[in-house]
Design a protein around this ligand. Structure first.
Ligand code: AGP
Length: 372
C-alpha cells in the first residue's frame, strides 16, 4: 500500500531515501565513547582472529560487489590476503580452505542458496565463517560461526540499495576490527577512520539532495539500448553495480568495465552517442588513477561516447570531457563507493520507470534466490 511505501511510488525509492539512516544505524552501538570499535558481537575469539592467514569472501549479485570493494579495505588495513568469489562458483573449484581461513558470507536475505552452500563447504573444511546479513535469524547467520548484522531495516524492492551500502559499512567495520585485533592498525588510525565512516551518512544525504538532474538525464536515455559503466580500483565494482541495477530494472544491456581494460577490447564498443558512465576516483588519493581515468574519458569521448561523469566536488580536470557531470562529496578513497553508488541507483530506477517497468518487481527475478 501507499502507506507502507511511506508516500513513495515504489519501495525502491523509499529504500534509496533511507540510506543515510541505514548507514548511521549500522554504525550505531559499534563505536564506543572514545571513538574506537566495539564488535564483541562478532563471537570469534580475538585469539582465533589473530591466527587467520587469509580472508575469503563469498556472495552473489550486489552482495558480491560489496565483497569486491571490501577486499580493498581488508587488504589495505590488515595486510591479510583476501579473495572474493561468486558463491555459485566457489565450492566447484575445490578452494584452498583451512582453520586459518576466515570466510565472510555476505547476504541481505540470509537465504541465498548459493551463498549457503558455499559457507557449508567452508565450514566442512574447518574454516571459520562470519556472516554479514540484514535478516535476523535467517539461515546463513544461523549456520555461521558469527554474524554482524547490517541495520538497513527490511528491504522489499528486488533491487538491493540500502542493504548494499550497509554491507559496505559492515565490511569496513570488520576490516578495522581485524586491524585492531591483529595490531596492524593503531588506535589513533582506527579512530580517524571511524570518524571518516561516521561522516558518510551526511554525505549520502547530500548526494540524495542533488539527484534531480540525474533523473532528468535518465529519462532522456530511456530509448537507448546499451549503457556502459567504467571505474577503477574501488570504482570498478561500483561500475559493475551500476550495470547490474540497469540490467535488472531497465532490462537494458549494461556492462561494467575496469577502465584500464578498455584498451584491451571494450573500447571497440564505443560508438556515436553511446552513454558511458564513468566513476572517477578522487584526484587527492591515488592521483595516478585519477589522471589515467581522465585520459580514458578523453579517449572515449573522442570516439563519440556521451560521457556521464561521476566526480568529486572540486575535481576540475574532468569538466572539459564531461557531457554530463554528477558531483559527489569528497571522501577518502576507500569510502567513495558509499557515495558514488547512489547516483547509479537513482539513474537505474528512473530510467526503468521511464520505460514503464515496475522497479519493485522486475520480470524474472525474486527478492531472494533460494535455489541453486
Ligand atoms: C540485487 O539488486 C539483486 N537483486 C541480487 O543480485 C542480490 O543482491 C543477490 O541475489 C544476493 O542476495 P542476498 O544478498 O539476499 O544473498
Amino acid at each position: 500500500s501507499a502507506a507502507e511505501k511511506g508516500g513513495y511510488d515504489y519501495f525502491m525509492l523509499k529504500e534509496i531515501a533511507e540510506q543515510p539512516k541505514a548507514v548511521a544505524d549500522t554504525l550505531l552501538g559499534r563505536i564506543d565513547g572514545s571513538g574506537s570499535l566495539t564488535l564483541d558481537e562478532v563471537r570469534i575469539p580475538p585469539g582465533v582472529l589473530r591466527e587467520i592467514d587469509k580472508v575469503v569472501i563469498v556472495a552473489c549479485g550486489t552482495a558480491f560487489h560489496a565483497g569486491m570493494i571490501a577486499k580493498y579495505a581488508i587488504e589495505h588495513w590488515t595486510r591479510l590476503p583476501c579473495e572474493v568469489e561468486l558463491a555459485s562458483e566457489f565450492r566447484y573449484r575445490d578452494p584452498i580452505l583451512d582453520a586459518q581461513t576466515l570466510v565472510i558470507a555476505i547476504s541481505q536475505s540470509g537465504e541465498t542458496m548459493d551463498t549457503l552452500m558455499a559457507l557449508r563447504h567452508a565450514r566442512e573444511q574447518g574454516s571459520k565463517v562470519l556472516a554479514i546479513c540484514n535478516t535476523n535469524g535467517s539461515t546463513i547467520p544461523r549456520e555461521s560461526d558469527a554474524v554482524l548484522y547490517t541495520h538497513a531495516g527490511p528491504e522489499v524492492a528486488v533491487a538491493s540499495t540500502k542493504a548494499f551500502l550497509t554491507q559496505l559499512v559492515a565490511c569496513y567495520l570488520v576490516a578495522l576490527y581485524l586491524g585492531q585485533v591483529r595490531g596492524t592498525k593503531g588506535a589513533d588510525e582506527i579512530r580517524a577512520l571511524i570518524r571518516d565512516l561516521s561522516s558518510i551518512a551526511g554525505a549520502v544525504e547530500r548526494v540524495l539532495g542533488t539527484m534531480e538532474p540525474v533523473r532528468e538525464l535518465a529519462r532522456t536515455l530511456a530509448s537507448k539500448r546499451t549503457v556502459l559503466f567504467l571505474g577503477r580500483h574501488v570504482g570498478y565494482p561500483v561500475a559493475l553495480e551500476g550495470a547490474l541495477k540497469l540490467k535488472e530494472l531497465a532490462y537494458m544491456h549494461a556492462e561494467g568495465f575496469a577502465a584500464g581494460e578498455l584498451k584491451h577490447g571494450p573500447i571497440a564498443l564505443i560508438e556515436e552517442d553511446l552513454p558511458v558512465v564513468v566513476v572517477v576516483p578522487s584526484p587527492r588519493g591515488r592521483s595516478v588513477l585519477h589522471d589515467k581515468i581522465v585520459s580514458n574519458i578523453q579517449e572515449i569521448r573522442a570516439r563519440g561516447a556521451r560521457t556521464i561523469v561521476i566526480a568529486e566536488e572540486g575535481d576540475e580536470a574532468v569538466v572539459p570531457y564531461a557531457d554530463h557531470l554528477v558531483r559527489i562529496p569528497a571522501t577518502p578513497t576507500l569510502l567513495q563507493p558509499l557515495v558514488a553508488t547512489v547516483p547509479l541507483q537513482v539513474f537505474a530506477c528512473e530510467l526503468a520507470t521511464a520505460r514503464g517497468n515496475d522497479v519493485d518487481q522486475p520480470r524474472n527475478l525474486a527478492k531472494s534466490v533460494t535455489v541453486e
